[in-house]
Design a protein around this ligand. Structure first.
Ligand code: XMP
Length: 510
């Protein structure tokens, strides 16, 4: 990504920092988040800096104190804590506010001659979240907007392209927030807004060609969006020198292995399917503890992957589907570190393979990965699929895993998922699946008394899986699915629907 105009977001630990980055990217400008105490090397590509908010008060002795050596040299936008810090560090005063400003505020005055506020209207709603407020400003700081309760809601420093606001333009409830950010990026920083999926694909393919040349690359496909898009990108760059491995761990959904494998082949990927079901079942035999199941699956996966990868002659690279949230999670403000999380499914390859790592998606957020996938022609059936855990159905069987239990759960899950698709509900829920409970219950079928398994259905609405609410699926739909399951899946005589939110529950039961 050379010569790419870049906005640097210095993170002071705010919960909204990632949101700033996503908004900037939505405006087609490339940006990177860096901890305030580990800024990157500056070069000519850096078009501006955004200083994030923070949970700290600037008056707290422990508060983040970034070195602002670049202020006055390149454009800067301070947001909330960033605004307050530039006041307190240069002779102004920030104090605990008498009336704390949380939530809705209304712009009561705005200087529209100022580039940052061009087109921002009086009466516009903004979102604030601060317990401190600016009491007095250093010399040369000029107020550019106020809200109903805050006089110095925004300022500009004379003779510099330095701007700051005490509210949060990045959150949805700041109605003209995106316009304000766009003003900063385009009018103040001169950004060209050319960070688009098409451009990303062109540049990434070109860079991958240079980086990898005629070397061979191995990649583990999971059926998920990230590894599929990573594979397509590499395939565009190096074609059949990309060797993909797709492992059937026996814990996938019904028909998943066959259908995903044939989709991959249809996309022109050089992919080898490996049926390792029995190895996984053997490794899982008798294990009931969820974490032990995950470990057994992870270890078996590495064994299978290693043995397949080592059969490819002269392989030099291991490709991973790491995406940007994984990268920034591993270099947080509280504990900056250079270690990058490895993909949960692949990792720990033996040293003798000495593979270099290539992560073509490491700059992208999830929604950007989807857009890139669309540009690359990834089919909706892969692009829009629900998340599915790496350990698969093993963590949806709440007891030891056997082939027979997997079969029962696959049938149940398939009826539920196909029903969601048929009724147009699949894309309305974020994730759905079924759990096989370690409980038998009494039932009656015909004249016979039964004593069989209980399953629970779970469907949730979520944005990122961190929090979730149960989906309010129509009763009629649930009734039909329940009937279908009990009538068609031998071994199940009772169906429950999970109505817990996360927190306090989690999405998976194990
Ligand atoms: P929880 O159960 O933590 O799930 O609320 C949040 C999201 O993470 C997925 N999940 C996993 N994914 N390996 C994975 O690859 C795992 O061990 C794992 N456990 C949970 C879950 O499906 C949901 O999307």
């Amino acid at each position: 990504m050379n010569n790419l105009q870049t906005i640097i977001i210095l993170d002071h630990g705010s919960q909204y920092t990632q949101l700033i980055a996503r908004k900037v990217r939505e405006l087609n400008v490339y940006c990177e988040i860096h901890p305030y105490n580990h800024p990157p090397q500056f070069n000519d590509n850096i078009a501006g800096v955004i200083l994030s908010g923070s949970p700290f008060s600037v008056n707290d002795p422990e508060s983040p104190k970034p070195d602002l050596w670049f202020k006055g040299k390149i454009p800067v936008l301070g947001i909330c804590y960033g605004a307050q810090y530039m006041v307190s560090a240069f002779g102004g005063k920030v104090q605990r506010s008498v009336t704390r400003e949380y939530g809705r505020a209304i712009i009561t005055s705005a200087d529209n001659t100022c580039k940052l506020l061009r087109g921002i209207t009086i009466g516009s709603q903004v979102w604030a979240s601060h317990g401190d407020t600016i009491e007095s400003m250093p010399e040369g700081y000029k107020v550019i907007c106020s809200t109903s309760s805050v006089r110095y809601a925004g300022y500009k420093i004379d003779g510099e392209d330095t701007y700051a606001i005490q509210f949060h333009p990045e959150v949805h409830h700041s109605v003209e927030g995106k316009k304000l950010l766009e003003n900063f990026l385009v009018l103040v920083c001169g950004c060209r807004q050319n960070w688009t999926s098409d451009n990303f694909v062109t540049t990434a393919v070109r860079d991958l060609k240079v980086k990898i040349g005629t070397d061979r690359v191995v990649l583990g496909l999971s059926g998920g969006v990230d590894s599929s898009v990573a594979a397509m990108l590499l395939n565009s760059a190096i074609g059949s020198n990309l060797h993909c491995i797709f492992v059937d761990n026996g814990l996938l959904r019904k028909y998943e292995y066959e259908s995903v494998l044939s989709s991959y082949r249809g996309m022109g990927l050089n992919v080898k399917g490996v049926d390792a079901k029995q190895m996984f079942y053997t490794a899982l035999q008798g294990i009931t503890d969820p974490e032990s199941k995950r470990k057994a699956i992870g270890k078996t996966f590495i064994d299978v992957f290693d043995s397949e990868a080592s059969q490819i002659q002269d392989v030099k690279w291991l490709a991973q589907g790491t995406i940007y949230p994984d990268v920034i999670e591993s270099c947080s403000v509280k504990g900056p570190s250079a270690t990058i999380k490895s993909h949960h499914n692949v990792g720990g390859l033996p040293d003798y393979m000495k593979l270099q790592i290539v992560e073509p998606l490491r700059l992208l957020f999830k929604d950007e990965v989807r857009r890139v996938g669309k540009v690359l022609g990834l089919k909706d059936e892969l692009l829009l699929r629900h998340p599915f855990p790496g350990p698969g159905l093993a963590i949806r069987i709440l007891s030891d895993v056997t082939e027979e239990k997997v079969r029962i759960l696959q049938e149940v899950d398939n009826i539920f998922i196909e029903g969601l698709k048929r009724e147009g509900l699949y894309n309305k829920v974020w994730q759905a699946g079924a759990m096989l409970l370690p409980v038998q219950s009494v039932g009656v079928m015909g004249d016979e008394r039964t004593y069989e398994n209980v399953v629970a259905l779970r469907a949730v609405e979520s944005v990122d899986g961190m929090t979730a609410d149960w989906s309010h699926l129509p009763y009629e739909f649930l009734a039909e699915v329940s009937n279908n399951i009990i009538n068609n899946v031998r071994g199940v005589n009772r169906v429950c629907y999970d109505i817990s939110s996360k927190p306090p529950a989690t999405i998976e039961w194990e």
